[in-house]
Design a protein around this ligand. Structure first.
Ligand SMILES: NC(=O)c1ccc[n+]([C@@H]2O[C@H](COP(=O)([O-])OP(=O)(O)OC[C@H]3O[C@@H](n4cnc5c(N)ncnc54)[C@H](OP(=O)(O)O)[C@@H]3O)[C@@H](O)[C@H]2O)c1
Length: 311
């Protein structure tokens, strides 16, 4: 309160100009008003001078009293004054408008320059934060990957990627089936409706999840039916390693999101109607490879390969 400096708001140059113009305008209007009053009084005086006081009583022009011409002339002057106030010296006239426009353009240009420089600063900030975000999300992804379920594709495919024909497997390889059973034992197995129908009955000790677009697809007790792959994965979310067990349609979709592939590569080519998609080695890295020779129980030689997602 005490000793506080009184702050004065500086008047902007434009504001000052506006005030000055407004004052000028008031003066112009005031003088017009005074002119009008004087004109009225003057006109009455001229009439009275002629009619009452008898000034120039006998002076007429074209048969009309002289004061009529005097009032008419004054009227012209008065109209000229009105014209001058409202039209010629109009407040915020063309020149003034032009001047203001130029000022406004200059001001806007300054503002644009300022915005531009702010934008550059902002972009730099965003770029920096993007790098930060990317680094953060990368580390988050790495951590979440470690804890998320290992979605594993398990498949047996020939050298030409054949996996089935007429909704059946093309070969019988006992040790491959054994491996399938031991790996999937106790886990959720996700499959397409056609693969499910290729089984004589559900496999023991595994939770079957069948994907179909049908809304009223009937299955034995304990089998879960879903309408898309996401729901299938969701239904298996408590499993640390759910398996995608086929067939061709489901493998194709799951390959985009799976983290591991357990592939039995049968070293022969077969005629087929269903195929496994080509494994992109830019995405998938081979981490294990065990060869199984041909023998009396196995008509073809094959290898157990494990791929893990690198990207
Ligand atoms: N070699 C191996 O390791 C292996 C493993 C498994 C299977 N197989 C073979 O693969 C063949 C079967 O494969 P496949 O490609 O014909 O059929 P599939 O993938 O087993 O099943 C296809 C069916 O799944 C459902 N489906 C697919 N995508 C879906 C989606 N996005 N949303 C909802 N439902 C979806 C549809 O069922 P609806 O028509 O009911 O809608 C579709 O007809 C058989 O020959 C089988 O023996 C081989």
């Amino acid at each position: 309160m005490f000793g506080k400096k009184k702050t004065t708001t500086p008047i902007d140059k434009d504001q000052l100009e506006l005030i000055e113009n407004a004052q000028k305008r008031i003066k112009q209007k005031k003088s017009l008003y005074i002119h009008f009053v004087i004109f009225l009084i003057g006109a009455v005086f001229l009439i009275l001078a002629n009619t009452v006081l008898g000034i120039g009583e006998n002076f007429t022009i074209l048969g009309k009293e002289w004061f009529l011409y005097a009032i008419l002339l004054w009227s012209f002057f008065f109209i000229y004054h009105i014209f001058n106030v409202f039209i010629t010296h109009k407040f915020m006239g063309k020149a003034w408008e032009k001047q203001q426009l130029e000022k406004l353009v200059a001001k806007q240009q300054k503002r644009i320059e300022k915005l531009k420089s702010n934008l550059v600063k902002e972009e730099t900030k965003i770029a920096k934060s993007d790098v930060f975000n990317a680094t953060t999300s990368l580390s988050q992804n790495t951590t979440s990957k470690k804890h998320s379920p290992e979605l594993t594709i398990i498949v047996a495919a020939a050298e030409n990627d054949a996996i089935g024909k007429d909704n059946k497997l093309i070969w019988h390889l006992g040790d491959d089936l054994k491996r399938f059973k031991s790996l999937t034992n106790g886990h959720h197995i996700i499959m397409g409706r056609k693969t499910f129908e290729s089984f004589p009955k559900p496999l023991p000790n595994r939770t079957h999840i069948v994907i179909t677009r049908q809304s009223d697809y009937h299955v034995p007790d304990g089998v879960i039916v879903v309408n898309n792959l996401e729901d299938a994965i969701d239904a298996a979310k408590k499993d640390s390693q759910p398996f995608i067990i086929g067939g061709g349609e489901i493998y194709k979709q799951a390959l985009l999101i799976a983290t591991k592939i357990e592939l039995t590569r049968v070293h022969a080519t077969f005629e087929a109607d269903t195929f496994f998609p080509e494994i992109d080695t830019n995405i998938w890295k081979e981490t294990a490879n065990t060869f199984h020779p041909k023998d009396e129980k196995h008509k073809h030689e094959f290898s157990f390969l494990t791929y893990e997602r690198a990207h």
